[in-house]
Design a protein around this ligand. Sequence first.
Ligand code: DP6
Length: 338
Amino acid sequence: MNITREKVVSTLIKDKRVPQLETASAFASTNIALCKYWGKRDIELNLPMTSSLSVSMGELGASTKISLSGTEEIWLNGEAVSTNTLFYQRLIEFFDLFRPTADTKFKIETDTNIPVAAGLASSACGFAATVKALDKLFAWEQSDSHLSILARLGSGSACRSIYDGFVLWNAGIAKDGMDSYAEDLEYVWPELRVGILLVDSKQKSISSRDAMQATVETCPYYKLWPETVNKAIKVVDEALEQRDFWALGTTAEANSLAMHALMLATTPPIIYSQGGTLELMQKVWRLRAEGLPVFFTQDAGPNLKLLFLQKDEEKLKEQFAQMRVVAPFAKVKESTHV
Ligand code: DP6
């Protein structure tokens, strides 16, 4: 028999089902996978086929405030979310897992500083911030690994957004997913920069959820994916340890392209790239051929995230005027200087 999300939630939170506060808030950074999560072994619990490795985006993320309320309401960036959107339904279904009684209603207000559903992992930080806020509201006092499991039930990649810095999500093998959670890696790389290049910030045509399922079901090359990711994780882990930026960049870029190659060979094919995406990729390759160490990674959308080092920031800003630059370790750097 399949294990339900309800079962996992009751195993973790036990009888702590009564809110201890009227309102609670939390922030979580979004994260960018350097070795991607693409494909599930359990759809209900968002259990992945493979492990994945990411870097959290520091100040870029979501703040969520949850209040007990007379009416159920969801607000996103100051606007009420309509009840017939997928966003509303997914979030309400998630809250159903924690409602002490059927008539307990929540007002959920989320503010993000990233475009929603543009392949920039906004569901990741949204669910991670929600779980952190629920932990305060109900005074669960869950460990980070348990919060990671709870966030995963909302969206797979959200389990990595519980942490800052480099994060590894271990796929695990247990049927109930109790061994499938993220952990933070010790590595700190203050010079690392991520540049966000928006090609299009409109809602994507097919969700990553549906796209990865279609890939698993119909792509003849999907069977090569687990070995591809596992190898990439090993190389990236070593690159982080050695501070080998070239190895990090080439591996992350190749892993992202391999994921998109799987989608191309899915029936019907899935192509998130647009003309502008390919132009940017070619520009990155040209700059690299000219000696600039810059790489890209792409998720379930047309936008690119560039990976580079602080020393090249000015040169790259000249090349990509609209680029938003994130320093994932900005906070860590400040504190080591104090
Ligand atoms: C391409 O975590 O959004 O960003 O578990 O169905 O909610 P669900 O999928 P989601 O998928 C993220 C896919 C990705 C790669 C990654 O972040 O590892």
